[in-house]
Design a protein around this ligand. Structure first.
Ligand code: C6P
Length: 410
């Protein structure tokens, strides 16, 4: 039945073949889209069609297939540019995912611009991939990693951010949407303040990209990182966006084929953007899948997805939060995509195992955000995360599944 704004959940679900799979004798309830989203048939087809009909290497051959592969590769770059409203497709760099994008910036821009005694600011709710690359950089340079704390609801304490900012701040790197709590951070305001002290800004959009439109001009970030596989696309392909002037001045990340203009044993001249950052044969099939995923998401409309997921989030907070013996972790003001909870007396992994026996896929663990767990004084949570294909009936199944946990563990 068509929902608000013409969003038709039944026809959305029909496009995801995996939703017909049974797990342990039950229809699959997939509530782990924050780890990776499921893939619509158009994405699966785009990948297999690429291998069946266009497989070749990019930018290398004069032959027709190579031209077709190059077209697919470059068309997806342009689709990505449009998706995030970047000015120029040369600002779009293909990487393996968010993790590689952040490592690229830390190893190149970071090495070039952060020195002894300088500060890099992150937040208390970062995924490890937006902590460890900066730690490595700070250790190498004798710089300091500063952390914006959060309160008991899982909201950043903005006065502390103001206090941390100084003319020593060289980079502010923050998550847009927390994978562990669902908090949406006030990144536009943070980056505006960061600019007043001359710091560069990086947005970790791994979790936000599937749930909301990201406009790099409006947010005015210097860098944005996200992963194709959370945006209904394939694994192994992700995006680093960077402002043209910054990317142009940065040294390359990896050396090899494709990233050069000319090579002699005496000196190598690097290629222009974006090739300078795309050494070696890339994940061409991944770009075919990502392009199809972007078309698919555009067709459904991220605003429609956000409205649908808001209903799911509100319903799950009310329904799961009402269970005696269940405690929701975090209650941020602005949130999307995930709920985290603990069940009295039962380890999250055991909760996950009981739910799995009923065909319900959630994630149990620290979600690669151990400092978030430390903040709440717990080792792990159960996390249910939503995609465009989830329904309130599935949240009812989760509710019943948690009741089952109490029965099993008494
Ligand atoms: N979070 C989760 O289950 P990669 O692995 O490079 O595609 O994305 C890393 C990453 C970076 N930032 C945030 C906010 C993330 O949530 C993730 C991935 C998954 O929450 C896997 S740990």
């Amino acid at each position: 039945m068509p929902g608000p704004h013409g969003f038709d959940i039944d026809s959305v679900r029909q496009q995801f073949p995996i939703l017909d799979v049974e797990i342990n004798g039950h229809p699959l309830v997939y509530l782990d889209s924050a780890a990776t989203s499921q893939k619509p048939q158009v994405v699966i087809d785009a990948i297999s069609n690429y291998y069946a009909r266009s497989n070749s290497n990019v930018h290398r051959g004069v032959h027709t297939l190579s031209q077709q592969a190059t077209d697919i590769y470059e068309e997806t770059r342009e689709k990505t540019r449009a998706l995030i409203n970047a000015s120029d497709s040369r600002e779009i760099i293909y990487v393996r995912g968010t993790t590689e994008a952040i490592n690229l910036v830390a190893s190149t821009y970071g090495r070039q611009n952060v020195g002894e005694g300088d500060d890099v600011i992150v937040t208390a709710m970062e995924h490890h991939s937006n902590i460890v690359p900066w730690q490595i950089l700070c250790e190498e340079k004798g710089a300091n990693l500063k952390v914006v704390p959060m309160d008991e609801n899982g909201d950043l304490i903005m006065e502390e951010f103001d206090r941390l900012l100084s003319d020593r701040t060289k980079i502010v790197a923050t998550v847009h949407l927390s994978n562990a709590l669902g908090t949406i951070n006030p990144v536009k305001e943070m980056f505006k303040k960061a600019r007043t002290v001359g710091a560069a800004t990086l947005l970790d959009g791994a979790q936000s990209a599937p749930h909301m439109a990201i406009d790099v001009k409006d947010i005015d970030c210097d860098f944005l990182a996200f992963s194709g596989h959370k945006l209904y696309g394939p694994t192994g392909i992700g995006i680093l966006y960077g402002k043209y002037d910054l990317l142009s001045q940065m040294p390359p990340y990896q050396g090899g084929g494709e990233m050069i203009a000319s090579v002699t044993f005496e000196k190598t001249i690097y290629a222009e953007l974006p090739a300078k950052f795309e050494a070696g044969t890339p994940h061409i099939a991944g770009t075919a899948g990502l392009g199809a995923a972007i078309d698919f998401v555009n067709e459904i409309g991220l605003d429609n997805v956000a409205a649908h997921e808001r209903t799911l989030l509100d319903y799950s907070i009310e329904r799961i939060g009402s269970i005696n013996g269940v405690k929701l972790i975090g209650n941020p003001k602005h949130r999307s995509g995930v709920i985290s909870f603990v069940v009295d007396g039962v380890h999250p992994h055991d909760v996950g195992t009981v739910l799995d026996s009923q065909g319900i896929a959630i994630r149990a663990g620290h979600h690669c955000a151990q400092p978030v767990m430390a903040h709440f004084g717990i080792p792990a949570t159960v996390r249910a995360s939503f995609g465009m294909y989830n329904t309130t009936n599935e949240i009812d199944r989760l509710y019943e599944g948690v009741q089952q946990v109490f029965e099993v563990f008494g």
